[in-house]
Design a protein around this ligand. Sequence first.
Ligand code: GLA
Length: 516
Amino acid sequence: MNPDKTPCTASHGPAILPRPVRILLLAASACLAVPGAALASGLNGTWRMDQPKDSGVVLHSIIILHQDGARIEGSVWPNYAVRMPILDARMEGEDLSFRIADWGWSFRVRPDGEALHVAISYDSWKTSETVTARPASPSDTQLPPIVPPPALRELPANGLSKAPPMGWNSWNHFSEGVDDRVVRETADAMVSSGMAAAGYTYVNIDDTWELGRDAQGNILPNRKFPDMKALADYVHARGLKIGIYSSPGPTTCGGYEGSYGHEEQDARAYAAWGIDYLKYDWCSASRLYAEKDLRAVYQRMGEALQKCGRPIVYSLCEYGVADVWKWGPAVGGNLWRTTGDIQDNWRSMCANGLDQGRLAPYAAPGHWNDPDMLEVGNGGMSPVEYRTHFSLWCMLAAPLIAGNDLRSMSADTVEILTNREVIAVDQDPLGAQGARVLARDGVETWVKPLSGGAQAVCLFNLNAEPRDVSLAWGDIGRASTPAVVRDLWRHADIAPAGAGFTGRVQAHGAVMLLVR
Ligand code: GLA
């Protein structure tokens, strides 16, 4: 189904984000003390799994199981990042099988002497592994002391990202497989493929670069990234910028070191390395803070970035919880995730993109809604569907952060990602986000206002068959025939007809027009 996708070495990564509501509801219960290890027997107990990774980092997860006859309950703290209830628990012979929602992890566990034999399937990455879980000690489930969130205030705008940021991020394709070499080769490919010339600038390292801290609390990269400063220099030397990732919690979603309690120190480290962009991912902060604290927690890193002496784009990743679009600018944010994690398939792409029109009032130069990174070129959708994905993101004035392997792109992928006429819609200086104006028979018409009174108009055919469509100029608020109608995928002007536009839209396809 996804032949282009590198078999990820990552097996632990959360490909689907825990649903916001779930995270926040669980946060409160996660703050309760959990009975300790001594209870472990049979399946019952609190179990700790240690998973050594190629990066040299050992990830930890907790499994809590309680069996009472046929009734089995429990929860899992994957990577110590969030706490999730087990679902569909059932005995199959000697094995207990269950899954945790949203992350796409399925478990099969069996008592093994004093330990638990655990087989985990990571559905999203199509990988699996077996791990031995041992009885946890009470300290394994103890939370660090809570640092009170700062008093709310309004931070000044940092003046960055006047247009939606464009670049690349390692997560969607490489997950844990990202390393120094991948980042260097990606920077080279961004230039040689023409993407840099088309406007892509940021080369962003996502989760799994972290090792831990030294005795002074300084954040250290793991062995995949031997010299961050040298890597940043390499990227800068190609006229590009470099981004990094962290979490306001003690651990990231992937279970690596977060910035909790070290925000200013980390911001200074990023500045010293030459980092230009930070994606800051809520994850394990949900174990310490409630929804009402989100803004203040993001403000803390916003303040740290503004003090660190280097302009750094601030990307909030908290899945659209707590109406982030209403306060994102106040914490110094340049973009904020509005959805859970995208996956490389049509259904996920539509789910993330098509209900975003409602957030149009919150997009403006310097401040962007982010329906998650692009999947174009990752292999799970057809070129037609990827064109639709890219068109929709551009209509949304979304950040254009490619998530594929830039070193080996098909001609279709390059053509989509570097379509300058479509990119110009995304990057239009007016900074207005588009929205749906009409939905009929599985065909949606979207309009994005552009500078100079122009409009981008997109017809999305969500049906599995082609559709003949007709659009009256009145449908897009025009009283008369426009002077110019241009097809932005065909790169051709269309002679504007009096009544409107008629044409055929492919199954799952999009026709994107510039109307002036
Ligand atoms: C979360 C984010 C993803 C990615 C992973 C990394 O799921 O939403 O975009 O950063 O964490 O662990």
